[in-house]
Design a protein around this ligand. Structure first.
Ligand SMILES: Nc1nc2c(ncn2[C@@H]2O[C@H](COP(=O)(O)OP(=O)(O)OP(=O)(O)O)[C@@H](O)[C@H]2O)c(=O)[nH]1
Length: 385
């Protein structure tokens, strides 16, 4: 064995280790997922399983009959690319159907037949390199195309995975491109080593980051949203309002909503009915506000919204509409129909006003609304610094 062969073997061994690591992590990931993400993780796991098997075959191929090596290696490489493609399809909720599997089987059969044909009849090594490279590049390009088609839903993880697929397209074409310039066995070995390393490491990183960023997004969404209503929570609202008032252009209207006599609703209809009423009121508020309004559940049966750039008459128009819609609500519950009303305190805020002062102003107005008999909108004086 020459030093060059030894280095090539070491590199293949490296790729086997990388594939095993890929299998291990993607298996762990698939256990913690459900639905389409679990399917995607399983396909990605299989992708590394077949890739590792192909590398193992590459390592021991000198001891195997060459026809057997050609059949197995090509079958495994093409299957690897398909597993990646199916993983991308599943991630974007496109079901993998029988027809996809059939196309994969036909593709594998055609590739193996073509490889054997060119080996047995023409002993043409370069043609086989072209066929393998172009076929795999096409499949990786399809992975990228799936990402591109769903680009509006793509976060950081999906973008990285799409970039990983593109790297695979380029990597698949390296051996055939080099062979067309200088058809030397040593150069082929070098190009294969580069291709395998690029594919293996980049794809593993990109696929794992798909799940990592998805988890990060999930935790972030949970940390800023209220679980019952899906509205933003108090902490997020305060942060955003602070940004808008102190650091932004800062003018607008702040409104506090409080459902009237809510204790009575709970006492009469039960806590679950109360929850339902909170959800319905939240939905009415959210759906009735103009785009750009910031709305949150501020506490139990309290909501808050900020209408940037709105003056008092405009905000009053929207809020009156909400008050009316809430009072028209009939929340159907197992114990009967629940009617609720809401009191609203409104305050126009000028640039630079501290958050606490804006809240005090809206809260005073809300207090006035409660004192005025509830189901009322009261507007407080404008506050500024
Ligand atoms: N079911 C349900 N009840 C809640 C929730 N959050 C707060 N509450 C209840 O809402 C009630 C609020 O009562 P109070 O603050 O006394 O006010 P109120 O009865 O609405 O009377 P006014 O505000 O003065 O009109 C309490 O009984 C809380 O337990 C919730 O998410 N679900």
């Amino acid at each position: 064995m020459t030093a060059f062969d030894a280095v090539t073997l070491a590199s293949i061994f490296n790729n086997i280790i990388c594939s095993l690591i890929g299998c291990f992590f993607l298996f762990q990931v698939s256990r913690n997922q459900s639905g389409h993400k679990k399917k995607a993780a399983t396909y990605f796991f299989l992708c590394f399983f077949f890739l590792g098997s192909a590398f193992t075959l590459m390592m021991i191929r000198v001891w195997l009959p060459i026809v057997f090596s050609i059949i197995m290696a090509n079958g495994l490489y093409v299957t690897t690319a398909y597993m990646m493609f199916f993983g991308f399809l599943s991630w974007f909720r496109i079901p993998v159907r029988g027809i996809h599997i059939l196309i994969m089987m036909i593709n594998i059969t055609v590739i193996i037949t073509a490889m054997l044909f060119f080996y047995l009849h023409y002993r043409s090594f370069i043609t086989r390199v072209y066929i393998g490279g172009i076929n795999n590049a096409t499949l990786f390009f399809l992975c990228f195309a799936v990402c591109w088609r769903h680009r509006s839903q793509c976060g950081k993880g999906e973008k990285l995975a799409g970039a990983g697929a593109l790297v695979c397209v380029l990597a698949s074409l390296i051996p055939s491109s080099l062979m067309s310039v200088r058809p030397e066995p040593a150069l082929f070995q070098v190009s294969m080593t580069i291709t395998q390393n690029l594919g293996c490491y980049f794809v593993l990183g990109a696929l794992l980051s798909l799940f990592l960023f998805d988890q990060i997004d999930w935790h972030y969404r949970r940390s800023v949203r209220d679980e019952l209503t899906g509205l933003y929570n108090r902490r997020y609202f305060n942060e955003q309002l602070d940004r808008l008032l102190v650091r932004g252009s800062g003018k607008g209207c702040l409104a506090l909503f409080d459902i009237d006599h809510f204790k009575k609703v709970n006492d009469t209809f039960g806590h679950d009915a109360g929850d339902l009423a909170v959800q319905r009121v939240a939905r009415e508020i959210q759906e009735s506000l103009p785009p750009g309004a910031l709305v949150a559940r501020y506490g139990g049966e309290e909501f808050v919204c900020f209408l940037p750039e709105s003056d008092e008459p405009l905000a009053r128009h929207f809020l009156e509409h909400i008050r009316q819609k809430v009072s028209d609500l009939a929340v159907e519950t197992p114990r009967g129909s629940v009617a609720v009303t809401t009191s609203i305190g409104l305050c126009q805020v000028l640039p630079g006003t501290p958050v606490a002062q804006a809240f005090k102003c809206a809260d005073d107005a809300l207090y006035q609304a409660k004192r005025a008999g509830r189901n009322t909108l009261v507007s407080s004086v404008t506050v500024s610094r």
